[in-house]
Design a protein around this ligand. Structure first.
Ligand code: GUN
Length: 298
């Protein structure tokens, strides 16, 4: 049996229909949701991601505030910009595209973003909220993966989940979210000695390692659910994931493609977080420290 495909593009389009209705409701009440997107420098991949985020705002009816800054922008200038955006009533979400150039202290920048506009969920307060099991702004990529998993109808409670990759953006928050849903979570990373020994036990395998084709069929338990977070550009210009699609498709029960799997969901969940921030202004939805994310509420 070959794996069923989890279609992130289709889910993303479906969610966006609901988002447009939420935006209309907000506009009726005098609020046009706004997202500030800051890009510092000329990293080619970051430029593409930022453009996609701005296009997603247009697509869903949000106002975007792009700040495309030169690579020699100083840390103080960046902090001053963020302070202004924190005070700006028209801005409900602030996103600083990562990575930042080496002369900028990333932690200082992320901690400068107002907690209630931190739609990336990278501020320490929001990271801590995730640790204790509630968060108003779950980081966008793991949040998207959570929804993709929900579409399979499989309850993660009690399942062996293996996350390959321990980044602050994907692997660690992903592991925390799944732990909160009562999965048994293992996190593997570049120093893991025998990767296959772990992955072969995974009922659900989530791969965010940034290594093209790292996971082949041999490393996958039969009928596992496999989520490929990797987006790698090969020398010939093609985009591939961290999972060897052809061999894994013969082993897994469900599999995300690249492109068209996790990628579109990341951008879509950024819009979800920005809408949630705008709705909080009106007292709709959840507040900081209240109940956690819930796919059914989307
Ligand atoms: N760089 C790679 N992924 C992300 C993300 O989700 N948010 C931001 N701000 N930067 C990134």
């Amino acid at each position: 049996m070959t794996a069923k495909i989890i279609d992130g593009k289709a889910l993303s389009l479906k969610l966006r229909v609901a988002f447009r209705a939420r935006v209309s409701k907000l506009i009726d009440q005098g609020i046009r949701p706004g997202l500030a997107v800051i890009l510092l420098g000329d990293n080619a991949a970051s430029r593409v991601y930022v453009r996609n985020k701005i296009n997603a705002c247009d697509d869903c009816g949000l106002k975007s505030f792009p700040h495309l800054l030169s690579p020699d922008t100083t840390q103080d200038q960046l902090l001053e910009l963020i302070e202004g955006l924190n005070e700006d009533e028209e801005v409900h979400g602030i996103l600083v595209q990562l990575p930042l150039p080496p002369h900028i202290d990333m932690r200082k920048i992320l901690e400068a973003i107002a907690v209630d506009k931190d739609v990336d969920g990278f501020h320490l307060y929001n990271v801590g909220s995730l640790v204790v099991g509630n968060s108003i702004f779950p980081p966008c990529t793991p949040y998207g993966v959570q929804l993709l998993l929900d579409t399979t109808g499989i309850d993660v409670a009690g399942k062996n989940v293996v996350v390959v990759g321990a980044s602050n953006i994907v692997g660690k928050p992903m592991a925390l979210m799944l732990l909160q849903k009562e999965a048994t979570v293992t996190v593997c990373h570049a120093k893991t000695r025998d990767l296959a020994q772990h992955t072969i036990l995974a009922d659900i395998l989530i791969v965010a390692a940034g290594v093209p084709g790292l996971i082949t069929g041999q490393l996958v338990k039969r009928d596992a659910i496999v989520i490929d977070v990797g987006i790698n550009k090969l020398p010939d210009g093609s985009i591939v994931g961290d999972v060897d699609f052809a061999s894994v498709k013969e082993r897994a029960s469900w599999l995300t493609p690249v492109p068209g799997g996790v990628g579109p969901m990341t951008v879509t969940m950024l819009i979800e977080n920005t809408l949630r921030s705008a709705e909080r202004r009106l007292g709709i939805g959840r507040g900081i420290g209240s109940e956690g994310w819930d796919a059914a509420s989307l």
